[in-house]
Design a protein around this ligand. Sequence first.
Ligand code: CO
Length: 494
Amino acid sequence: MTALINKNEENLSYNRQEWKQGYQSQPNEYDYFIEDIEGKVPDELQGTLFRNGPGLLDVQGTPVQHPFDGDGMICSISFLPNGKVHFRNRFVRTEGYVQEQKEGKMVYRGVFGTQKPGGWLNNILDIKIKNIANTNVIYWGKKLLALWEVAEPYRLDPSTLETIGIDYLDGVLNPGDSIAAHPRFDPSSELDQGQPCLVNYSINPGLSSKITIYEFAPDGNLLRRHSHAVPGFSFIHDFAITSNYCLLLQNPVTFNPVPYLLGFKGAGECVNFHPGKPSKLIIIPRDPSNKKVKILEADSGFVFHHVNAFEEGNSIYLDSISYNSLPQIQPDGDYREVDFESLDPGQIYRFKIDLDQETVEKEMIESRCCEFPSINPSNAGRNYRYLFIGTAHKDQCNAPLQAILKLDLLTGKKQIHSFAPQGYVGEPIFVPKPDSTNEDQGWVLVMVYDGNKHRSDIVILDGENLEKEPIATLHLKHHIPYGLHGNWTSELFS
Ligand code: CO
């Protein structure tokens, strides 16, 4: 194999050929009990892990230009009371997926640069967006919903993963509306006498952007909805909540739609990052009667994901993964040939927001290359101590995520569980133990692609002692392409 590795990649913790195979399509749909298990699945671990991500990296042989353009495929891993673990995966039967599979060819342009074959003539003025439902999957209000931030959710049967259809959230959305793929779960909402609630947002972009905040009760009913106009184009993938506020970071980007409309580029390629310009932090009160939206300037950087946020006195703390620059999507580049070393790594920063002085300070709290954060869900929007996140094997430079980092924000102590050289990790999910008293008492569930065996594993790590051997490693019979986001529910479906 060494002959295939670039000279500069000899000392790396990963093998590019193996890493690339994690971007192979998985066109098959499976349904089986996992039998190949190392270690023992804890008896108390019962519930369902749902994950979403691009399952097809090509449409009938035509490769997508960016993995974010791949059709959404849901995995469900059910941890049953009898100790058995069941695996299932199904594609979301979006209108676009069904049509392209039926016609046997690529019909839609992708938002992140995938062009239909035939050059710009065949793409010109084609602004038909394919809802690929590939970014996140949540179970809320007795509905399993696949989310993609520029369109409506798709609802699926949580037992069979069969697609039920586009879901308008009981009339909250209208056809053509969108809702973000990164809802936040408030475990105890002050506005609702301590009941849990789900907070999400939508953005109508333009010269100014309209941001709408939605809050939903556990039964799925809408509790609150309010809209706010903010100046400038917004490219906001994620947000954070505290007890009283929604926080949205407006990255310093502009959008030039002309090459997209003319068919030269995908919409994602027309987003331009301005490294010298400040970010804008938009602070929206969750109580709709409080209309005092604040927009404060923060140091430049590009943020996809936030870890968590919380209030302390008249300050708000926001922890986020920030990049010094946005990797520009190249029209002719192959994402699998990316030169990791030339890209800025995602690093963890803490924004300290002084609401009285209206100032924002930004401080780095972890310089390693990190992405896909997770915390104990009962600390969402509250002061917290531990975060779990995907990270590179080495402590410097950008590289594929091959390890999970546990960071103790109180002491700065770190624990790292690495799957290098053959393992590549996705987003970890922290599941608290049923009777836990400490924040890190729980399991870290992570899907790991084994590039050597070309199959994926579900690995259960101990949240309190991340560095020890996995509690259990569940080998799937096949691979799952690198995924995006997912969620745990203690519900079981049959
Ligand atoms: Co995301």
